[in-house]
Design a protein around this ligand. Structure first.
Ligand SMILES: [Cu+2]
Length: 122
C-alpha cells in the first residue's frame, strides 16, 4: 500500500507542477492592438522591426487601418516599451510621439502626416 501512496503523491505533485506551468505561460503572453502612424510598406517594415527589437514575439502592422498587432511575453517587455521603440524609429504611436529628428530621418515617402499637425518642436 506504501507504493500506491507514493504513486499518488508523485502524480499529484506532477499535476500541480504541470498546471502551474501552463497557467504561467498563458498568463505571460500579452497581445495588444496599438495605433501607429505611418504610410507605406517600408514603414511597415520599420514599425514591425522596432516592435520586435523591443521584445515583441509577433508584430503585424496594417497600413490601411494603421493598427499594429503585437504579441509579447509580459516578463520580457511591455506595451510602453514597444511603443517607445517605435517612436525612437520615427513613428508616432497611440501614447508616444516620435521626435522630430527621428521623423526627419525617414525616407520622404515615409514622412506620414503626424499624429498632431499642431506645434510639436524639440
Ligand atoms: Cu514608409
Amino acid at each position: 500500500m506504501k507504493t500506491k501512496s507514493i504513486i499518488l503523491t508523485v502524480s499529484f505533485a506532477l499535476a500541480t507542477i504541470f498546471s502551474f506551468a501552463q497557467t504561467k505561460t498563458t498568463d505571460a503572453v500579452q497581445s495588444e492592438k496599438i495605433k501607429v502612424w505611418g504610410n507605406c510598406g517600408m514603414c511597415k517594415g520599420h514599425i514591425e522591426k522596432a516592435a520586435k527589437a523591443a521584445g515583441a514575439s509577433y508584430a503585424l502592422w496594417n497600413k490601411d487601418t494603421k493598427i499594429l498587432n503585437v504579441k509579447y511575453a509580459a516578463s520580457k517587455t511591455s506595451d510602453k516599451q514597444i511603443q517607445q521603440s517605435i517612436a525612437n524609429a520615427g513613428y508616432d504611436t497611440k501614447d508616444f510621439t516620435a521626435n522630430e529628428t527621428a521623423y526627419k530621418k525617414l525616407d520622404e515617402c515615409c514622412q506620414y502626416d503626424r499624429k498632431s499637425a499642431a506645434t510639436k518642436k524639440d
